[in-house]
Design a protein around this ligand. Sequence first.
Ligand code: PGA
Length: 249
Amino acid sequence: MRKNIVAGNWKMNNDLPQTEVLLLDLLDQTKSSNAEVMVAPTFPNLYFAYKKLKDSFIEVIAQNMHFAPKGAYTGEVSAAMLKSVGIKTVILGHSERREYFCEDDTILKQKVATALENEMRIIFCFGEKLEDRKTNHHFKVVENQIKNVLFGLPETAWTSIILAYEPVWAIGTGETATPEQAQEMHAFIRNLIAEKYNTTLANEISILYGGSVKPGNAKEIFGKPDVDGGLIGGASLNASDFMQIVNAF
Ligand code: PGA
């Protein structure tokens, strides 16, 4: 079912004491929400965060995982490991993973397959770079990112998929896509899914927007008909800002 979702991506921020402070602040701020709320701390803090939030309305999710079930992959983390510490949702394909860790469509396809085999939910991220938008290739780039990784999946798999459109030029830059630009791309994505699968499925998929979402712009962005929430970076590191964004619904 299509849901409103706000997920905080903490990236490589917060050691254990800082994580504890932020989690306690979050718990202090609100006891319920109109949207599904998730936070993604770093790997070393996942279990701690899971234990702290397990009786709350906030789900703890992972920022990444490897596709192999186990073995000689120094520095990597498997789906089974995540599940063993209570994690049921993983972010895959974030532009920082694509850019700095060379994650391409082939790798992401394997990661998606592994997450699904392990019955995990996926927040699948994609988005164009500034030069793509400037040269008017943004629709094609986004279409390929989605098609290449997700369009081989059976319709049933899509109940585990949440999409996150994150234009790279808007991530951590303070430059947000306008609500109209977000809506235009989200409608385009929904239409792609309707053409490949069907309208019912397209209308069931949650499509989040990410890129410099702040308390001051969340309401307007989330107010667009095809925007079902946000993936929040910088502003998720402050409990009050994050909860204001959550409460924009
Ligand atoms: P930002 O990051 O909100 O700091 O732009 C969003 C993201 O990378 O998910």
